[in-house]
Ligand binder design. Structure first.
Ligand SMILES: *Cc1c(COP(=O)(O)O)cnc(C)c1O
Length: 373
């Protein structure tokens, strides 16, 4: 058996009629950029998110820096986030002209550790970007409390956790804006690049809309801006898929539970932690080898034995030699948990269209490795 890491084509086949119909509708309309399908998806996505506004844009990275710029954050400002995230979180801060201040994660959830935030706050700090890593919400009530005390903006990086929720809070409720990515491998993915900002903040809504389209409030009128648009074919794909995202995430939850039940006897690696009461939507199911020096061999064993496992992310941001250090970023405190995660993580195949047989095959291969340790 061969178990892949993604189920994009299976997903397409499952709802082919709905996707094809929406794409045909766009093609027949002759309006391919910011046309009626874009408006339709914008409305649907705001309603889904429970926010006043949704602002589709080119990708998830743009969604973050467009929001930072709309809030006036840039040169000379600092933005706090965790060191163990996809590179784009820090990159977006740097693109906006600000400095990313990288701190450690919680050892269990891998999301930003709220207890480490205050030590990183300076006169220059303007915002916190919690990342809902792997599909699980960061501790937003604790983050919001600190943000209120120091009057900081909070922008949720929700590229990985569409339709997730906390125990007492929803995404978007305890922040100023939420940035999302729709690149194909995310839980809600289009057939290319895409992203969106959702917000209740009037300034974020008004200014990101201007910035994403050449700073143009009306034909031939321009101020400072960029080009970051979601095209209408992608909006049509997303509109079709949005109706299914909750059920698809329920499938991910089911497969995560099956992995956890099957793997709980393993001695050589730890299983991912799901906070009680949270809706964790399992963008990734990430195990950690207890002995970091065994990670690469375990990964190779899985890959050689029919399991397309990967790592997220084997180089933390502060370990990236190519990052613009100094102006671009600095670290605060020890980053032990982030470093342990980058050295020992392995992501098992996780997508809604997996089958029970495939999950059981992956479990069997992991246990086969574990027995030899
Ligand atoms: C994917 C991702 C992004 C960036 O999204 P793009 O659409 O690729 O620009 C940002 N942050 C996190 C945590 C991500 O996983």
């Amino acid at each position: 058996m061969q178990v892949g890491f993604y189920g994009h084509v299976r997903q397409y086949h499952n709802i082919k009629a709905e996707i094809d119909a929406n794409i045909a509708k766009v093609l027949e309309s002759g309006e391919y950029v910011h046309g009626p399908m874009n408006k339709q998806f914008e409305k649907e996505f705001a309603a889904f998110s429970g926010t006043k506004y949704a602002i589709p844009c080119g990708n998830g990275t743009d969604a973050i820096w467009l929001t930072l710029m709309a809030l006036g954050i840039g040169e000379g400002d600092e933005v706090i986030t965790n060191a163990n995230t996809f590179f784009a979180t820090a990159e977006a801060i740097w693109i906006a002209g600000a400095t990313a201040v990288l701190i450690d994660c919680d050892p269990q959830t891998k999301c930003i550790d709220p207890a480490k935030i205050e030590a990183a706050i300076t006169r220059k700090t303007r915002a916190i970007i919690p990342v809902h890593l792997y599909g699980q919400c960061a501790d937003m009530p604790a983050i919001k409390k600190i943000a209120d005390k120091y009057k900081l903006w909070v922008i949720e990086d929700n590229a990985q956790a569409i339709d997730a929720a906390g125990d007492t809070f929803k995404i978007g409720e305890l922040s100023d804006a939420v940035a999302t990515s729709f690149i194909i491998q995310k839980n809600l993915g289009c057939f290319g690049d895409g992203g969106a900002i959702v917000t209740n903040n009037e300034q974020v809504n008004k200014v990101t809309r201007l910035l994403r389209a050449h700073g143009s409030p009306a034909r031939n009128v321009h101020s400072f801006g960029f080009n970051s648009r979601l095209d209408d074919i992608q909006a049509g794909v997303l509109s079709a898929k949005l109706k299914h995202i909750h059920a698809w995430n329920d499938n991910r939850i089911k497969w995560a539970a099956r992995y956890t039940a099957g793997l709980k006897s393993a001695k050589s690696f730890d299983l991912p932690y799901a906070k009680p009461g949270y809706r964790h939507v399992w963008h990734l199911y990430v195990i950690e080898t207890k002995d970091a020096s065994k990670r690469d061999a375990f990964l190779k064993f899985l890959n050689d034995n029919g399991v397309d496992a990967k790592t997220h992310y084997s180089i933390a941001i502060h370990q990236q030699a190519g990052y613009p250090w100094g102006k671009g970023a600095r670290t605060v405190g020890s980053l032990t948990n982030a470093e342990k995660n980058s050295a020992s993580c392995i992501s098992l195949p996780m997508f809604p269209e997996l089958t029970a047989d495939e999950v059981d095959f992956v479990v069997a291969k992991c246990l086969e490795w574990d027995k030899k340790q």
